[in-house]
Design a protein around this ligand. Structure first.
Ligand code: NAP
Length: 320
């Protein structure tokens, strides 16, 4: 585990600071530590990232048997610390990208300066906000079909949402599950036409138009169904499913960096194609705070490695 003293006596100046301790940030830490850059990771609100709220993980390469998401992230952090990463538990509330070195403001009131910064703050799935959704989270309610879909093999599931993610999740699940019901609050999808065409071709996908989930139904075994309210004045109805996949969008955790680096219209950090370079030289970004397409632990880890190599090269250039 981390040295609690790091919280008490942090350095005021760092060579490189990594913000976020999910798969991207920890991998960036491992690589920068092994490159002798003495990185400091500031862990933020959810050390371990989104993997800490998943249970069984079967798609992270290197593990023949099912592993647990929280366990994987603990291992990753221990691995990082074993190669010299220091982890500090605080929240970055501001980044001044105009000063050199960069200046980070922390929730504790402290300031840290850094020659280079890697942003790896991740993203969070949006939820519907129902009490019953919370109650069955991890027991039939999920926000990631690629993570959890396999556990519903041959069963009936529902996907909530009408965008590209919802359609992608429905198509993915249709190859695994007995049936998929897409529940959408309007009478037309937001997803691209080509995705819709694929969706409508699938025999085992049906759509509940103009419906919102009013309640997740279940018992000790987990989810058993959904009560759907109508958005067009029709009566409520219930459907029988064992899984509900919420796919109503993700929010990147980038609010603290607005104005410091360029964000796109959805708040994701903009990076130069094929690199982790942000709009500000010396600030790099990796993982779900920059990637809205792949959003996997393994791709976040890969981008963390890229950011470390980009930062290492950039720091080397500054000294030459
Ligand atoms: P999105 O495009 O914002 O779609 C969110 C969907 O969820 C919308 O259909 C929305 O309904 C619905 N929704 C939002 N809040 C809801 C609520 N409280 N209750 C019920 N439904 C709700 O999000 P996304 O699908 O995650 O996509 C995000 C971005 O990533 C998009 O730019 C998308 O194109 C991109 N993306 C691209 C790919 C790809 O290119 N392969 C794959 C996935 C995502 P309304 O339609 O009524 O607003």
């Amino acid at each position: 585990m981390s040295d609690p003293a790091v919280n008490a006596k942090p350095s005021t100046h760092e060579h490189i600071v990594i913000i976020g301790a999910g798969a991207a940030g920890l991998t960036a830490g491992i690589y920068t530590a092994r490159a002798n850059l003495s990185p400091l990771i500031i862990a933020g609100l959810q050390p371990g990232g989104q993997m800490t709220i998943t249970t069984d993980v079967e798609n992270y390469p290197g593990f023949a048997e099912v592993i647990q998401g929280p366990w994987l992230m603990t291992e990753m952090q221990t691995q990082a610390e074993n190669v010299g990463v220091r982890v500090m538990y605080d929240i970055v509330t501001g980044l001044d990208s105009t000063s050199r070195p960069f200046r980070l403001t922390l929730d504790s009131g402290q300031d840290i300066t850094a020659d280079a910064v890697i942003l790896a703050t991740g993203a969070q799935a949006r939820w519907l906000g129902l009490d019953s959704e919370m109650q069955f989270n991890g027991r039939g309610v999920s926000a990631c079909a690629t993570c959890d879909g396999f556990f519903y093999k041959g069963r009936d599931v529902a996907v909530i949402g009408g965008g590209n993610t919802a359609v992608e999740e429905a198509l993915y699940l249709a190859n695994i599950c007995n049936s998929v019901t897409l529940v959408h609050r309007r009478d037309s999808l937001r997803a691209e036409q080509i995705m819709q065409d694929r969706l409508f071709k699938k025999d085992n996908i049906s759509v509940e138009w103009n419906r919102q989930v009013a309640e997740v139904l279940g018992d000790d075994t987990g989810v058993t169904g959904l009560r759907l309210a109508a958005t067009d004045g029709a009566d409520d109805k219930s459907i029988s499913v064992h899984g509900m996949f919420v796919a109503i969008g993700h929010d990147p955790a980038t609010a603290a960096f607005a104005g410091a680096v360029a964000l796109d219209e959805e708040g994701y950090i903009k990076a130069a194609p094929g690199t982790t370079r942000t709009s500000v030289s010396g600030i790099f970004a990796a993982g779900d705070c920059v990637d809205k397409i792949y959003r996997q632990a393994v791709t976040a880890a890969g981008m963390g490695c890229m950011a470390a190599l980009d930062a290492e090269r950039w720091l080397g250039e500054q000294n030459s």
